[in-house]
Design a binder for this molecule. Structure first.
Ligand SMILES: [Zn+2]
Length: 125
């Protein structure tokens, strides 16, 4: 795993979500003048969901950057095994391998789920 490449990808990901939120906010402003008022509430709720997702993803990106810093990036946080490169390419912020992801959703940022490190050591964070 090339560290610089990963960091660049995470930066791009964060930038994409920033743009998406900006675009959503401006399109929401336009909706104020939409004569089809009945769609506004629906679009607002869609927008809220998009922004929540974007923020959640930014949290994931931040968490991934932290893992790069502390050297745990690319290791499954549930079973400790390496996450396959193909999965990291498809989902750079993945915290778990496919097997563990299928069992339950990825833990939220700051979760206490990582109680053991790759080598059985307890992380200080
Ligand atoms: Zn796993």
């Amino acid at each position: 795993m090339d560290r610089d490449e990963t960091l660049r990808r995470l930066d791009q990901l964060a930038a994409q979500f920033d743009e998406m939120v900006d675009a959503s906010v401006s399109s929401n402003a336009d909706d104020e003048h939409d004569p089809e008022g009945s769609t506004i509430a629906f679009e607002r709720s869609q927008l809220d969901a998009l922004i929540r997702q974007a923020r959640q993803h930014l949290d994931e990106v931040d968490a991934a950057a932290d893992r790069i810093t502390d050297g745990t990036y690319g290791a499954c946080q549930t079973c400790g095994r390496p996450i396959p490169v193909e999965r990291l390419e498809a989902r750079p912020v993945a915290r778990t391998c496919i097997g563990c992801a299928a069992v339950r959703p990825a833990a939220p940022a700051g979760s206490h789920i990582r109680t053991h490190g790759r080598d059985g050591t307890v992380p200080s964070a």
